[in-house]
Design a protein around this ligand. Structure first.
Ligand SMILES: [Zn+2]
Length: 427
């Protein structure tokens, strides 16, 4: 048994914001949530001064396993997730080989189990075989094997008729699709905003915001026609937010994801951070960043997801146009969002927990995450007020512009069942 004492429970499901003790049984199930509890023989975790919330859920991570474990593997990805306060992650399918088959899906599930299941690792499967955009995968078989949804993340689904068929199949199978939206013909060069000072300095044409806006507009039309449930991943442009807002008003069953970096940085970060600010879609203007935050506030943006994308230091040391796109995000996400959204008064603590825990759970169908008796304990222990400067990471990837940046607040640990998962200790 585990007894959590003196926790400030903040639960976006029940909207409870109050001092409570939480008793968790040996089976990992919450027994009681009361103002004062004692239990003979229970291990005690004193959470005084800390918030206890439902564990954070990141629906967009790359653990690079199988195939690129020099960048990350399932175990190091899980360590990074737990250190970041996450209890559930959804891995993207652009592994080597592509996760478009049951064998690769089961391999990832087995790796997470072998590592001790201290984070729920849910492996998404590809929409098309080999991410080639030509032939649909076997949705029914992959769902039966445990896929939480389907995505060709990293690659735009260019063929509209194939996209239509994917949506029709998703409706038949009652599953979710998530889309990386960048029309290649409008990405003149990846990783930097077209027309930005950084693009000019690098002598690169950049990625035009229309590459995202045009694809999202097309796919809203297809989603309206088919009734498919579609997540638009890592949205970067303010005009895309306007399109998604309009699509939702028309009744499309669409959801929108943004990253902590698109909410906190602009295209100018490329001038100071170089390849550590190179990602697809790129960082855009301050007006875009403001529009993303407005979308968070009015509910157009449902999810904050990190797009955790580790690469080796050698790869990121290449010239800008030769380096891979993407930055890590799991460990810094809470601190960045707290610093730029909560501490600035743009979002309440409860609203941030909706975007980082409750909405991802509900959209992906991960049930039973409220802090109430009968649910399994999957909790994040959070400090909203400490000063935090990130220097080292549990991820293999160090490719992040937030290293050395003064931030406010940090995750303390997670609780999985009756286990306290302390970074660097209980892994
Ligand atoms: Zn992507």
């Amino acid at each position: 048994m585990l007894l959590i004492k003196n926790a400030q429970v903040l639960d976006p499901y029940t909207r409870l914001d109050g001092r409570r003790d939480i008793l968790i049984g040996d089976d990992g199930v919450i027994r009681a949530v009361e103002r004062e509890l004692s239990a003979e023989g229970a291990a005690v975790y004193d959470a005084a001064g800390r918030t206890v919330a439902p564990g954070l859920i990141d629906t967009h991570v790359h653990f690079r396993d199988p195939g690129q474990t020099q960048k990350e593997d399932v175990r190091t990805g899980m360590r990074a997730a737990a250190a970041g306060g996450f209890t559930t992650v959804v891995c993207m399918a652009n592994t080597l080989p592509t996760c478009d088959n049951e064998e690769t899906l089961r391999y990832v599930q087995a790796q997470a189990h072998a590592a001790g299941d201290f984070v729920n690792v849910r492996q998404a499967c590809a929409i098309t075989r080999g991410l080639k955009g030509q032939e649909l995968t076997d949705f029914a078989a992959l769902l039966a094997a445990g896929a939480p949804g389907f995505t060709d993340d990293g690659v735009n689904l260019t063929d509209a008729s194939l996209c239509l068929r994917a949506m029709e199949e998703a409706v038949r199978q009652d599953t979710l699709l998530s889309f990386h939206e960048e029309d290649k013909s409008l990405v003149f060069s990846p990783g930097v905003n077209a027309g930005s000072a950084a693009a000019r300095q690098l002598g690169l044409p950049g990625a035009h915001p229309s590459s995202e806006e045009a694809m999202v507009a097309r796919d809203i039309a297809l989603a309206l026609r088919t009734g498919a449930r579609v997540v638009f991943q890592h949205i970067s442009s303010g005009r895309t937010i306007d399109l998604i807002r309009a699509g939702k008003a028309l009744g499309a069953r669409i959801y929108c994801e943004v990253t902590p970096h698109h909410l906190s940085l602009t295209e100018d970060a490329v001038l100071t951070h170089g390849t550590y600010a190179r990602m697809n879609p790129p960082l855009r203007t301050e007006a875009d960043r403001e529009a993303l935050i407005a979308g968070l506030i009015d509910g157009t943006v449902d999810l904050i997801a990190t797009d955790h994308a580790p690469h080796t230091a050698e790869e990121k040391a290449r010239p800008f146009d030769k380096a891979p796109s993407g930055i890590t995000g799991l460990e810094t996400a809470f601190s960045v969002c707290n610093t730029f959204l909560v501490q600035t008064g743009r979002l309440s603590k409860l609203a941030l927990l909706e975007k980082m825990s409750k909405n991802p759970a509900e959209i992906y169908g991960f049930a039973g995450k409220a802090i109430v008796p009968g649910n399994r304990a999957e909790l994040a222990v959070l400090d909203w007020d400490c000063e935090k400067v990130y220097k080292t990471y549990y991820s293999k990837g160090i490719n992040t512009p937030y290293t050395g940046m003064p931030l406010t607040g940090a995750p303390v640990c997670t609780i999985m069942g009756d286990r306290v998962v302390i970074p660097g200790d209980e892994f």
